[in-house]
Design a protein around this ligand. Structure first.
Ligand SMILES: NC(=O)C1=CN([C@@H]2O[C@H](COP(=O)(O)OP(=O)(O)OC[C@H]3O[C@@H](n4cnc5c(N)ncnc54)[C@H](OP(=O)(O)O)[C@@H]3O)[C@@H](O)[C@H]2O)C=CC1
Ligand SMILES: O=C1O[C@H](COP(=O)(O)O)[C@@H](O)[C@H](O)[C@H]1O
Length: 487
């Protein structure tokens, strides 16, 4: 990448996000020569470490999570880092940062990017401390805020107000890494670069839409955050809602950031508010019990370290939304996500309506399965399922999949965080979230949060290693609708 005059401070450099996603993304950028040569990264953490201890930790993480660990690359990669021991709540830590970032007598310091890879509850205190230390709207600073942005509508508004008290909007990068995924961006190309697709992309042809993000991992060491958040706040309000907006939006006038965001917000504003009295018809939640994932016995959520006794935090959520506009009125969008499911697999499955005449039905009641568009985010693939004639004398039909195999062999994969970190360094905000998107997404899910907040004594369970509770089909509108697990 050559030169880019910026430096990073990663708050929460020892956390789960940093270890699994941010640091490996930086390492991959380094190996692909996409990282600025002079990039300085201050890893801010509270552990009593020096640079050597940090490097040992970093090596362990890269050996575990980077896809192409190599000792030589790693030695060079390490040179970008300095470990800063600090406490996010103590002003002295920011004074220390200040002296490191703007050493006395230095020429104009590099633009500084503060990455808040910390628990959302710590966002506001850190923003305030940064500002008090002089890192604010008066300088060349950027601040990257992870999701969830707030934990409900009210707290999101407060967080935004606090941010704006100290930083200009152009300095704020609200990140949702699902927008950095190639295949999520491919939704726009698939829809708006293919005339036949866009022509059927509406209520006249589509029966329903399903968005699934299934994870096989549990909550790992994140109980402190997750037990407060749950799957609705952790995944559905942000990642799944963003995918929904890309599926449902109208063609934007251009690909310019605000044109896209305007259309996404229109979708969110058109989602039918869930009536307080009908939350159970629209949403269901559950928690994993013990089970077997990839042939290994795993404990239930209640037995994970750090989870409150009798916690009713959901690790699985399924919800349906209606978008009351001309294109989508009457088409349910079913969203589900969960931890400790059978596999890591994320998908968008779009089912078309039945043909008006059932010419090829096998019996008087059995109908032929309608067509599907199956877009898998993980592993990447794009398929269209149609019916063809089964060879032979009989007029029998069978489904086949047209496989628009997404990536050609040898084509480079840029992970979501790699793409988004490069964008932050280059000051490109197109794939970051505007506050009204966050706000409207909270408005949509707030009735569910409020209702579940009142039900504190019971939660349904599902065995780890399953596809979630059978009751997840309860929210579906018609008997012939079902969750599409296999693509
Ligand atoms: N984990 C993931 O896969 C993803 C997470 N996110 C988001 O990223 C953010 C961080 O999540 P995650 O990494 O999972 O959280 P973790 O709890 O794993 O990490 C929190 C980090 O903050 C540090 N920290 C906590 N308190 C202090 C303190 N007082 N002073 C200094 N450092 C402190 C922790 O240090 P220590 O290690 O010493 O405890 C740790 O490095 C959240 O907003 C989450 O939603 C987004 C996408 C994916
Ligand atoms: O934001 C989050 O995302 C991850 C899943 O991300 P993916 O890119 O691996 O699909 C999830 O594990 C985590 O709980 C959540 O905070």
């Amino acid at each position: 990448m050559g030169n880019c005059n910026c430096q990073f401070v990663i708050f929460g450099a020892t956390g789960d996000l940093a270890c699994k996603k941010l640091l490996p993304a930086l390492y991959h950028l380094h190996c692909a020569s996409r990282m600025p040569d002079e990039l300085r990264i201050l890893a801010f953490g509270r552990r009593p470490w020096d640079d050597k201890a940090w490097q040992e930790f970093l090596q362990e993480q890269m050996e575990t999570y980077a896809s192409n660990y190599h000792a030589d690359h790693f030695a060079d990669f390490c040179k970008h880092f300095e470990y800063v021991r600090g406490e996010i709540h103590e002003p002295e830590s920011y004074a220390k940062l200040s002296s490191l970032l703007t050493p006395e007598g230095a020429e104009k310091p590099a633009d500084t990017i503060f990455y808040l890879a910390i628990r959302p509850a710590d966002f506001i205190p850190v923003v305030q401390r940064l500002s008090e230390a002089g890192f604010n709207q008066d300088g060349d600073y950027r601040i990257v805020i992870e999701k969830p942005f707030g934990d409900d509508l009210e707290s999101a508004v407060q967080l935004n107000e606090q941010l704006h008290r100290h930083f200009r909007e152009d300095q704020i990068y609200r990140i949702d890494h699902y927008l950095g995924k190639e295949i999520v961006q491919n939704l726009l190309v698939f829809r708006f670069a293919n005339l036949p697709i866009e022509a059927v992309w509406n209520r006249n042809y589509i029966d329903h839409v399903q968005i699934t993000v299934a994870e096989d991992i549990g909550i790992e060491n994140r109980a402190g955050y997750y037990d407060q958040a749950g799957a609705l706040r952790d995944m559905l309000q942000n990642h799944l809602m963003q995918v929904l907006t890309l599926i449902a939006m109208e063609p934007p006038p251009s690909l310019e950031a605000d044109s896209l965001r305007d259309e996404k917000v229109k979708v969110l504003r058109s989602i039918r508010p869930i009536p307080k009295s009908a939350v159970t018809a629209y949403a269901m939640r559950a928690q994993y019990g013990p089970g077997v994932v990839h042939n290994k016995h795993v404990p239930g959520y209640q037995d994970e370290a750090g989870v409150e006794p009798n916690s009713v935090t959901e690790t699985f959520v399924a919800a349906k939304f209606y978008i009351d506009n001309w294109r989508w009125r009457g088409v349910p969008f079913y969203l589900r996500t969960g931890k400790r499911l059978t596999a890591k697999s994320s998908s968008v499955a779009i089912r078309f309506r039945h043909t008006p005449q059932q010419l090829f039905r096998e019996t008087s009641i059995e109908r032929i399965e309608p067509n599907w568009i199956l877009l898998s985010l993980e592993p990447e693939s794009l398929k269209i399922e149609i019916q063809i004639k089964e060879p032979g004398l009989e007029m029998r039909v069978r489904p086949v999949q047209l496989n628009a195999s997404y990536r050609k062999e040898g084509e480079q994969e840029l992970d979501a965080y790699e793409a988004l970190l490069l964008d932050v360094m280059q000051g490109d905000k197109a794939l970051f979230i505007r506050f009204d998107e966050v706000e409207w997404a909270w408005r949509v899910v707030d009735p569910i949060i409020k209702s579940w907040g009142r039900e504190t004594d019971y939660i349904l369970t599902y065995p780890a290693g399953s596809w979630g509770p059978d009751e997840a089909t309860r929210i579906m509108d018609k008997e012939d609708q079902y969750w599409r697990n296999q693509l």
